[in-house]
Design a protein around this ligand. Structure first.
Ligand SMILES: Cc1cc2nc3c(=O)[nH]c(=O)nc-3n(C[C@H](O)[C@H](O)[C@H](O)COP(=O)(O)O)c2cc1C
Length: 546
């Protein structure tokens, strides 16, 4: 689809297609950015609300659930109290470590982030849950000190009205992005990275909820509900650092039934929320800013409610062959991005197949958080997997899309079965051969894409899904890619390896390799898994001092 062919009344769809084109990296042109890092304006990675009541969350003992519990809805639900809220955030979005080198220090978190810039911020609408959280309210999560900041107190009747359509013991969770944090480094392409990060955060929170016996469901019609979390209060934010709502989810005991098509509150209820006594002013993150108009426009064009007309939750059962003996919370805290791979180690084919299997959509966490038909597939460059020939492979994550994929990937007409792969894994070999240099080149010449066991491009069903669901669905495609990435990060740790998300890749050269000649499918995220080489110059410090 050419951006100019879109019907005139769908200007936002035309603009988002243009944004996608303009923010492609190519061999001869990178998407616009400043091209250097202005350290004097580096954004503060931590949001704080001066004047908001600060509620420290206790750093409780870990709960020793096995790793497999992350992917299965089989934990007895924890009651909603400060202890469970603390665990939910600590193992969802909390700090995992501090790193230091030559006098500088930076925090790493449970969720990864492009450039470690962390544009995502989380908010909850909670009932009174104990002495520390003594009134129902709207709270911001502060990972720096593992605390909640109370932005507004709600009376119990108002909160009940907001939560009335949802099951008992529910609460609302909102995730926002501060575009400036990513744009500072990445310019116009930053909007894409914010959305990847929102997907990683979604998976991280969904899996953390699973350890508490809770479910988490995205609410597609709540994209406009910024005021529920006080994010519409422009005067509370620096004008150059707007914080925009990405997604809203309801969290409830996992066995509950949730109607995800419910709309957000309107009328009197909404007015009452807007007229609450909102406290605190968001800290300014940088002393100076550069405006990136395309990214800002993309935010505006993809903002808003989606009509969940294409609810396509997968019903397949969860993966069977999980490694069960790691304590889940240890694994969540140890996740890191590799900065280099050794370029020689190979992984067992059984590990490779299981990693791919855990990326398949099922009716279990984290996939049960998503309401749409799975839209992202994996084009895999196999480099070092024992008993699997090096080459280019394709994992079809949604069988209904196979025909369209076969038509779109015009360079590869033979799709061969992969010897040794489980029968239920829709994995095909498209071409055999050494792909190390090609993979590294396509990922902006990053060696991590070639020195690994395998790397991959996430190929999204693009044109048809945006035409059906509208420009806002552009975000969802990145979220799905981020969820896949989060699962691969954790699975890599579980097999004693390490992974890295790759946002820098050459878009159209990837499409050319696959033979994609139109917008039917587009590569939205790259990823790599291998045996890491640690940077021994860095010192690791604990995330929180108790
Ligand atoms: C969306 C996304 C894109 C990324 N792109 C790259 C990349 O192109 N190259 C790279 O070396 N690391 C990349 N990373 C890894 C980040 O640099 C890493 O997550 C960040 O430094 C935080 O470190 P941690 O993952 O160990 O917590 C990416 C991560 C994400 C989530």
């Amino acid at each position: 689809m050419n951006p100019d062919d879109v019907h005139a009344d769908d200007a936002s769809l035309a603009r988002i297609l243009r944004y996608h084109e303009e923010t492609k990296h190519g061999f001869h042109r990178f998407a616009a950015s400043s091209g250097y890092l202005d350290w004097s304006t580096q954004p503060d990675p931590f949001r704080r609300y001066a004047g908001a009541r600060h509620i420290p969350l206790t750093l409780s003992r870990q709960c020793d659930k096995p790793y497999a519990a992350l992917y299965q809805n089989n934990v007895v639900p924890s009651p909603l109290n400060p202890e469970s809220i603390s665990r939910f955030f600590r193992f969802g979005l909390g700090l995992a470590a501090w790193k230091s080198f030559q006098g500088s220090r930076w925090a790493l978190r449970v969720n990864p982030s492009s450039g470690n810039l962390h544009p995502s911020e989380a908010y909850v609408l909670l009932p009174k849950t104990g002495a520390e959280i003594e009134t129902p309210g709207a709270f911001h999560y502060s990972p720096a000190d593992h605390a909640l900041e109370c932005r507004a107190e709600l009376d119990a009747a108002l909160l009940s009205e907001v939560l009335r359509p949802f099951p008992a013991d529910s609460f609302l969770l909102g995730l926002s992005s501060i575009l400036w944090r990513e744009a500072w480094k990445y310019g116009e392409r930053a909007f894409r990275y914010c959305q990847h990060d929102a997907g990683h955060a979604l998976a991280a929170l969904r899996l953390s909820a699973a350890l508490l016996g809770w479910g988490l469901w995205l609410l597609p019609r709540w994209g406009d509900a910024a005021s529920v979390f006080g994010l519409d209060r422009r005067d509370d934010f620096h004008a150059e650092e707007p914080e925009t709502l990405d997604w809203v989810a309801v969290v409830a005991p996992a066995a509950a039934t949730v109607d995800v098509s419910l709309p957000p509150p309107g009328g009197d209820t909404l007015t009452q929320i807007q007229e609450l006594d909102w406290c605190g002013r968001a800290n300014a993150l940088s002393p100076g800013h550069t405006h990136w108009p395309l990214a800002a426009q993309a935010l505006a064009d993809t903002h808003g409610a989606l009509n969940p007309q294409c609810i396509g939750r997968p019903d397949g059962a969860g993966p069977l062959a999980l490694i069960a003996d790691h304590p889940a919370e240890d694994l969540l805290l140890q996740r890191r991005s590799a900065v280099a791979f050794d370029g020689v180690s190979a992984c067992a084919s059984a590990d490779f197949f299981r990693l791919l299997e855990t990326s398949l959509p099922t009716n279990t966490p984290p996939w049960d958080a998503l309401w749409w038909r799975p839209s992202v597939h994996l084009a895999i460059f196999v480099h070092r997997v024992r008993d699997v020939s090096p080459g280019l492979y394709l994992l079809v994550r949604e069988p209904g899309t196979e025909t369209a994929l076969r038509a779109a990937l015009t360079s590869h007409r033979s799709w061969d079965a992969v010897p040794g792969a489980p029968n239920h894994l829709p994995l095909y070999c498209l071409a055999k051969g050494d792909m190390q240099d090609r993979a590294a080149l396509l990922s902006c010449q990053q060696a991590i894409a070639g020195d690994s066991f395998f790397s991959l491009g996430m190929i999204a069903e693009f044109e048809s899904s945006l035409q059906t669901l509208g420009a806002s669905f552009y975000r969802n495609l990145f979220w799905e890619a981020g969820v896949i990435g989060q699962v691969l990060y954790l699975e890599a740790e579980a097999i004693g390896a390490r992974a890295t998300g790759i946002g820098c890749y050459f878009d159209d050269p990837v499409h050319e390799l696959l033979g994609i000649q139109d917008h039917s499918f587009q590569s939205l995220y790259h990823f790599t898994v291998g045996f890491p080489v640690e940077d021994t110059r860095l010192t690791t410090l604990p995330p929180y001092t108790v």
